[in-house]
Design a protein around this ligand. Structure first.
Ligand SMILES: Nc1ncnc2c1ncn2[C@@H]1O[C@H](COP(=O)(O)OP(=O)(O)OP(=O)(O)O)[C@@H](O)[C@H]1O
Length: 239
């Protein structure tokens, strides 16, 4: 059987409106099939909403978000990691195993795969602990293992390292880089310019609800094309 990729993703004239105001859009953009895309921009620029819109979590006021396959299949092949991870009041292993069980794996199979992921992500010792008692970094690792366990084609992450210490951040970045090198497409927002430079193959610079500039990371960081991106990279306040 030929497995058709869900990518590239196309956004056509896509807009999200809240309280009568367009907060993101119009966006016309094609997300290429490969890469580690970092989404950056000033506070309130629309990064979170753009990611949610790509993932199909926002009702569109106009336009379309189109994958290469039917919506149901596209949905199954994506995962999303939130800034504040959502987790069940069960132990860590069960939290990670859950998506596999939900999609038809036996409990035994799901638990075995979850244990493998916990090992990989450095959470093996916490397997039997209730998820709600984890530290911030551990929670985010759990969320990442749970997102990756079904080997999504594309993973969206909204500020996954906000407020984590250096060690947790390093561990999470290593897992993301490894997932990417094994073929997972990644789209992630961050406020941390060091992290953006470490991880990005390409950049989406969001300003006032629009993709203001996009391109390969090396070019963006060395030669930003727009005055707003230049100002942002210099650390100026961009409104
Ligand atoms: N549910 C909502 N109702 C009204 N306005 C909203 C809603 N959600 C977001 N907004 C507004 O839309 C704009 C974009 O928000 P969004 O959270 O996408 O930006 P962001 O770039 O992720 O911000 P930050 O960097 O602060 O996390 C902001 O001005 C925000 O106040």
């Amino acid at each position: 059987m030929v497995t058709q990729t869900i990518l590239p993703l196309r956004l056509r004239d896509a807009r999200v409106r809240k309280n009568g105001r367009v907060i993101v859009g119009p966006v016309d953009y094609e997300l290429p099939a490969d890469g580690f895309t970092i989404v950056i921009g000033p506070n309130g620029a629309g990064k979170t909403t753009l990611l949610r819109m790509m993932h199909g979590m926002e009702r569109l006021a106009s336009g379309a978000v189109e994958w290469q396959v039917a919506e149901k299949r596209a949905r199954e092949r994506q995962a999303f990691v939130f800034q504040i991870p959502v987790m069940m009041r069960r132990n860590v292993l069960e939290n990670v195993a859950y998506p596999m069980q939900l999609h038809g794996s036996s409990r035994k199979q799901a638990r075995a795969e979850a244990a493998r992921w916990l090992e990989l992500i450095g959470l093996a010792e916490a397997a039997e602990r209730p998820a709600p008692v984890l530290s911030g970094g551990e929670r985010q690792k759990l969320a990442l293992a749970r997102a990756l366990i079904r080997k999504p084609e594309i993973l969206f992450l909204d500020e996954p390292c906000a407020s984590l210490d250096g060690r947790a951040m390093r561990e999470i970045e290593a897992v993301l880089q490894s997932a990417h090198s094994e073929g997972t497409r990644i789209v992630m927002s961050t406020h941390d310019m060091g992290q953006a430079r470490r991880l990005a193959s390409d950049v989406l610079f969001v300003h006032r609800g629009r993709i203001h500039e996009d391109g390969p990371a090396a070019r963006f960081f060395e030669h930003p094309q727009t005055p707003e991106a230049r100002a942002f990279l210099q650390g100026d306040i961009v409104e």
